[in-house]
Design a protein around this ligand. Structure first.
Ligand code: ADP
Length: 421
């Protein structure tokens, strides 16, 4: 089996988002966590997304990691590469979106690539080359105050040219609305005029599909997960990819664990439902601060519960309680203390037969994933929008679902496990 479509994503959740988009388009998809190597197992995946942490890494490091990932994907057969970044073009004045794209184009001996982070489902649209977040220009959105990547300009053409050593033009909405061949002609014209990039306007999913079809012969595409929507069909039209398949859910049948570190309203409502139905236990942050005995006690408690029901361990608390804890221990320190405990507990319980694990909370998911160290995740079916079950390849059996705090309805935990039955 060789890979058809390869992607290099600059962060973990962005990679999952793209992988999930491709699964919904009927491809077999894996997500590789960190740099791939000769031992990387991607099963029978037709699309592989490499998840790096390169968004705010030093430029040279980000470029090198991205090139290594791209070369590996190409060596495994990838005919097309997506350089995936955030739909709000999260980057600094130095990059890393521009330098990574430049290096990828150079490694291919030049060429032309689209720049299209639009994601209409999340209200990220591009018009006249300007990126909008809902009704606001990117530079007027909350992204202007982001601690690591403040976005103070909304012109993608200017942003790209400021980060890149190459020229960037615009393919406006009226061209997109004329259809894929008009977009192709506009891209060819820009390339003939010495441009290496073209920002493409997109307001709707239909626009993204047109752009995807227009990119069928491009070795490199840069953008968000939206622009990938139209790509699987190109491979089908070329006879390289079969009919859309429905990804199989993981087949694990071992013990079920929910770990919740998110203090969001949605997660706390989900915890309330779980409390009424399953064994649950709160992680006491004050006890954690006293030493690791609490971690041992939590693991012992989990092991003592019946195996016939899911169990829930949670640190989630209401805003007043969280504030009090943060005032006592410090915001970062409290968070890290909980995340460390979550990681140790998850890894210990996974070793003891809990092979279906659901995590609530973005940072908490990061901590648990780091502790469980899966190398590759096969992406299965969505449980709720943007939250798929995944299955670790090449290690101990593990079905893993990672949910950011505010996702899902009150019954989400039970629904997630039911989806595996
Ligand atoms: P969300 O997706 O809702 O933002 P995260 O897991 O990303 O959830 O963030 C929640 C943060 O709050 C984590 O750093 C977690 O360790 C921390 N946390 C969880 N429970 C508590 C608590 N009781 N007191 C203080 N911090 C907590």
């Amino acid at each position: 089996m060789t890979i058809l479509l390869g992607a290099v994503a600059d962060d973990f959740t962005g990679a999952t988002d793209l992988a999930n988009t491709l699964v919904k388009e009927g491809m077999r998809v894996c997500q590789v966590l960190g740099a791939p190597n000769a031992e990387t197992d991607y099963g029978d995946a037709e699309a592989v997304v490499v998840a790096l942490k390169s968004r705010t890494a030093p430029v040279a490091e980000a470029v090198e990691q991205s090139l290594t990932a791209m070369r590996w994907l190409q060596a495994e057969g990838a005919k097309q590469i997506i350089s995936k970044y955030c739909s709000t073009f999260d980057s600094t004045a130095d990059g890393n979106i521009g330098p990574i794209a430049d290096a990828m184009l150079d490694a291919q001996g030049g060429g032309f690539a689209f720049v299209c982070p639009a994601f209409p489902a999340n209200k990220r649209t591009i018009y006249q080359g300007h990126l909008f977040v809902g009704p606001d220009l990117l530079s007027d959105s909350s992204m202007k105050d982001h601690p690591l990547t403040p976005m103070r300009d909304a012109s993608l053409v200017r942003l790209m040219e400021a980060q890149s050593s190459k020229r960037c033009g615009l393919i406006p909405l009226e061209t997109v609305r004329e259809g894929a061949s008009a977009v192709q002609a506009a891209a060819d014209q820009l390339a003939a005029d010495g441009f290496s990039y073209g920002v493409v306007d997109a307001l709707t999913d239909d626009d993204l599909r047109i752009i995807g079809y227009a990119a069928k012969d491009h070795a490199l595409i840069t953008g968000g997960s939206g622009v990938a929507t139209g790509l699987p069909k190109n491979f089908r039209n070329a006879g390289l990819l079969g009919e859309p398949i429905t990804a199989e859910q993981p087949s694990m049948t071992g013990r079920r664990l929910v770990m919740a570190g998110s203090c969001s309203t949605a997660t706390r409502a989900q915890i309330d439902v779980a409390k009424a139905n399953w064994p649950t236990r709160m992680i006491n942050v004050h006890a954690l601060a006293e030493g690791d005995a609490e971690i041992g006690a939590l693991i012992d408690w989990a092991m003592a519960q019946g195996a016939d029901q899911p169990i829930l361990l949670y640190s989630s608390a209401d805003p007043a309680e969280v504030k009090e804890i943060q005032a006592q221990y410090g915001v970062t320190e409290a968070g890290e203390m909980v995340e460390r405990a979550m990681g140790i507990i998850a890894s210990s319980l996974h070793g003891a037969g809990f092979d279906r694990i659901l995590v609530a909370g973005g940072e908490t998911s990061g901590a648990v994933t780091t502790a469980l160290k899966p190398k590759t995740l096969r992406i299965a079916q969505e449980i709720a929008t943007g939250v798929p079950w995944t299955e670790a390849l090449g290690g101990a059996p593990l079905a893993l679902a990672l949910k950011s705090g505010n996702f899902g309805g009150p019954n989400f935990f039970a629904e997630a496990f039911e989806a595996l039955e």
